[in-house]
Design a protein around this ligand. Structure first.
Ligand SMILES: Nc1ncnc2c1ncn2[C@@H]1O[C@H](COP(=O)(O)OP(=O)(O)O)[C@@H](O)[C@H]1O
Ligand SMILES: NC(=O)OP(=O)(O)O
Length: 330
């Protein structure tokens, strides 16, 4: 029997545990399979069956998902078709990716909740804008990988012909990289707050559509991709979640990752995590932002912690028997 209640301050009443889930790339696309809409829908189905189990166990969840491969492909398709139809700006491609992925999660989550006997819980995707700082130094230093993988030779051609910034991505090939400013404010946060108690909300897809506030107060999209783990940490922080659950491909975070002396970690304090960051154990653009997001959230309030694990281990990880927990020192 899963226990998913936390004590309130008077220690007598219990309240449901609030969890913000950040879904990584493998929750949306299966490695080695063609990136078709049908394949994404099937992968999302498997993911949602696991997420529905969290809901059935009584956890209150909101879902944030990535969009790196998807937004890159939408952008590429739009740029490639510029002779027949005007190319869409980056922020619009981000919005399209939220709609397409959110639609699949909504549909699959509905089915999965039905199977768990919880068809009374509504699911909705919020097209979410996230305010960023126009002076964020990230705009001068593109480092978020998006889209498909290329060989080194193809990357050289794209650099020359299209002016893209290209970078090797964690031993997996070469990818286009774009600016990834920090999330400052979730514009639609008030909507999440009003829906939280009744509805499973999918929000901040792809980290949210990055926008800046103009002098007259209106919002304008900017060409960038926010890191979804940092956006999920922001959501979790502001909604007062108990746990930030970051789901990715690996069961646990490791030091000396990929080396013969790799050591998987059951837990680490924020201070230990910072030492490991300084020692370079976490790859930028992959594990590093997850650990940073976990530390940021854990530090944001008493009794909060983060867990990084795989989809398959999600339920056990919330119980504290799997994954890597990022905890306060005391
Ligand atoms: N220290 C580490 N411990 C575990 N995994 C790591 C580490 N450093 C890099 N990685 C890699 O980071 C990957 C997760 O990042 P990524 O695939 O970008 O995330 P996402 O699931 O959000 O798409 C893991 O699958 C693993 O290959
Ligand atoms: N926006 C974002 O962080 O996407 P990925 O997780 O797919 O890289």
């Amino acid at each position: 029997m899963l226990s998913c209640e936390s004590k309130t301050s008077d220690q007598s009443a219990h309240k449901p545990v609030k969890v913000v889930v950040a879904l990584g790339g493998n929750a949306l696309e299966e490695k080695g399979k063609e990136s078709t809409a049908e394949n994404q829908r099937n992968t999302v189905s498997r993911t949602c069956r696991l997420l529905a189990k969290l809901s059935a166990a009584g956890y209150e969840i909101a879902i944030v998902h990535g969009n790196g491969p998807q937004v890159g492909r939408i952008l590429l398709a739009s740029e490639t078709a510029h002779n027949v139809t005007p190319a869409m700006p980056f922020d619009v491609c981000g919005a399209m990716s939220q709609g397409y992925i959110g639609y699949h999660i909504q549909q699959a989550m509905r089915e999965a909740l039905q199977q768990e006997g919880r068809s009374n819980i509504p699911v909705v995707s919020l097209v979410t804008q996230v305010l960023v700082d126009p002076d964020d130094p990230a705009f001068q230093r593109p480092e978020k990988p998006i889209g498909i993988f290329y060989t080194k030779e193809e990357a050289e051609v794209l650099k020359k012909e299209k002016g893209y910034t290209m970078r090797e991505d964690a031993g997996r090939g070469w990818r286009r990289v774009v600016a990834s400013p920090k999330p400052v404010e979730i514009v639609e946060f008030e909507t999440l707050k009003r829906l939280w108690d009744s509805t499973i909300v999918i929000l901040c897809g792809g980290g949210g559509i990055p926008v800046v506030r103009k002098a007259d107060g209106s919002l304008q999209g900017v060409p960038a991709v926010i890191d979804k783990d940092l956006a999920a940490a922001k959501v979790a922080e502001e909604i007062g979640a108990d746990i930030l659950l970051i789901l990715t491909e690996v069961d646990q975070v490791a030091v000396n990752f990929g080396r013969p002396d790799q050591q998987d970690l059951g837990s680490m304090t924020c201070e230990e995590a910072e030492i490991y960051i300084d020692e370079g154990h976490f790859a930028p653009g992959s594990m590093l932002p997850k650990v940073q997001a976990a530390v940021q959230f854990t530090r944001s309030g008493e009794g909060r912690h983060a867990v990084i694990t795989s989809l398959a281990q999600a339920v056990d990880a919330l119980q504290g028997t799997a994954g890597t927990r990022i905890l306060s020192a005391e």
